[in-house]
Design a binder for this molecule. Structure first.
Ligand code: PLP
Length: 436
């Protein structure tokens, strides 16, 4: 038996069942170098997953992030960031305020994950508006605690035996150009698709289900990640913003997966020209080294009294220093990500033409989704084909992850070179040939 299989057996004996899939992705990682991962049997893989957009700066992290972290470890790792004061979290907060959209005063709450960042956003929205209800989008993922689980609507298994989750969330269809309830071709008719979604919110949710003045916030991902790397029409968020402003509802932008350079801009929402009232981030802010989550919000929405919300590790010195360095480096990589976008767009466009089971290809920057269908006319999702592609890619030394019902995401570290990107796209094509 390979060492990998032995570790997988032990893992299954001692660890809780989560999202591991030993059939499609039997990868036991021992170490990483740049964009390459090595497993316990010393096999080498090119990583097109960034560990779900956490290792945006590669493995084990960017050398400058490691240097900053090691220096900080010699000074201070943690000292009650929520009870004492420390300069590091203030510096990171200032940087986040500067780097997020919106020319208005902002404040930051620090936690340890994307889920916590969204949980804080829920509380901030409820407290500041005094309203109890929320809207989120079908296909969206925002976490798995009882508050954020209520917002999540990407796979029903996530909610199995959990009812009641937080009450008061209403779901709207996301403007998915390829697959939507109205069978509109959203690439050909983006405005019509946007209008249908807005009508759904106004005419179904607000007219029939609950009055708009009871809604605190609308949660969204600028591009749906777990839902399948779905890019909405460019005009969508501006229209959503108008609707939200009309009714005094806050826009909550979940950038946990799409933020920090993934789409070629610092934040996904920058492609859509909207400044959200609350923005959440996590994953890549960690540099792949230490968990962190941050909720950046209009200053006037702040918690009204000390103690209404807090935690233990939020704003710890080490994570803050890492986060500052990550922001600096991601900013310097944005032109590189935008340059590589064309390579992915062209090659995946060709793939869509050539393979009858590739129904849709969409993406921005280094955030690409490829959806598999049994036939391009019926668009019936082909989950088996997707799983075969993931397996065949791994056999060839390329790590990709599934998303949505029958899609894969191609999301390499932003530090990937053009040559490495070409190698990865070549391996992907070979995997498609073997699997489809
Ligand atoms: C968009 C989005 N929001 C929230 C989360 C939850 O983040 P975490 O797993 O760090 O709690 C995720 C995780 O995949 C995500 O993709």
């Amino acid at each position: 038996m390979s060492k990998a299989r032995e570790w997988i057996e032990l893992h299954r004996r001692y660890l809780a069942t989560t999202t591991h899939d030993p059939e499609n992705l039997p990868l036991v990682v021992e170490r990483g170098e740049g964009v390459w991962l090595y497993d316990v049997d010393n096999n080498r893989y090119l990583d097109f997953s960034s560990s779900i957009s956490v290792n945006n700066l590669g493995y084990p992290s960017h050398p400058e992030v490691i240097k900053a972290a090691v220096e900080q470890l010699g000074r201070l790792g943690h000292a009650a960031g929520t009870d004492f004061y420390n300069p590091y979290q203030v510096q990171l907060a200032m940087k986040l305020v500067e780097e997020t959209p919106g020319d208005f005063p902002k404040k930051v709450f620090f936690g340890n994950s994307g889920t916590e960042a969204n949980e804080a956003a829920l509380k901030i929205a409820k407290i500041s508006t005094g309203r109890p209800l929320f809207i989120s989008f079908i296909g969206g993922f925002h976490g798995r605690t009882h508050g954020t689980l209520a917002l999540t609507a990407s796979k029903s298994v996530q909610k199995k035996r959990q009812f009641p989750w937080m009450p008061g969330v209403f779901y709207a269809p996301y403007p998915n150009p390829y697959r939507n309830p109205w069978n509109i071709d959203g690439y050909e008719h983006p405005d019509e698709l946007v209008q249908r979604v807005l009508e759904f919110i106004e005419e179904y949710i607000f007219d029939k289900l609950a009055p708009p003045e009871d809604f605190a916030g609308i949660f969204f991902e600028p591009i749906q990640g777990e839902g399948g790397y779905v890019v909405p029409p460019r005009g969508f968020f501006r229209e959503l913003e108008k609707l939200a402003r009309r009714h005094g509802i806050l826009l909550v932008d979940d950038e946990v997966q799409m933020g920090l350079g993934r789409t070629g801009r610092m934040w996904g929402i920058e492609h859509f020209g909207v400044a959200p009232d609350i923005l959440t981030t996590a994953k890549a802010l960690s540099g792949g080294l230490i968990p962190i989550g941050a909720t950046v919000f209009r200053a006037e929405l702040d918690f009204k009294e000390a103690g209404m919300h807090s935690n233990t590790f939020g704003g710890n010195a080490l994570a803050s220093v890492v986060g500052i360095k990550v922001l600096e480096i991601v900013k310097s990589l944005l032109p590189h990500v935008r340059e590589l976008e064309g390579l992915f767009r062209d090659e995946l466009g060709r793939v869509k033409e050539e393979f009858s089971k590739v129904g849709d290809v969409r993406g921005l920057g280094l955030a690409w989704g490829v959806e598999f269908v049994s036939d391009k006319k019926t668009k019936k999702p082909d989950v088996e084909a997707r799983n075969r592609v993931v397996r065949e890619a791994l056999k060839r030394g390329l790590v990709i992850l599934g998303c949505g019902k029958s899609s894969v995401r191609l999301i390499p570290p932003l530090t990937i070179s053009e040559e490495e990107a070409k190698i990865g796209l070549g391996l992907f094509r070979e995997a498609l040939k073997a699997a489809l």
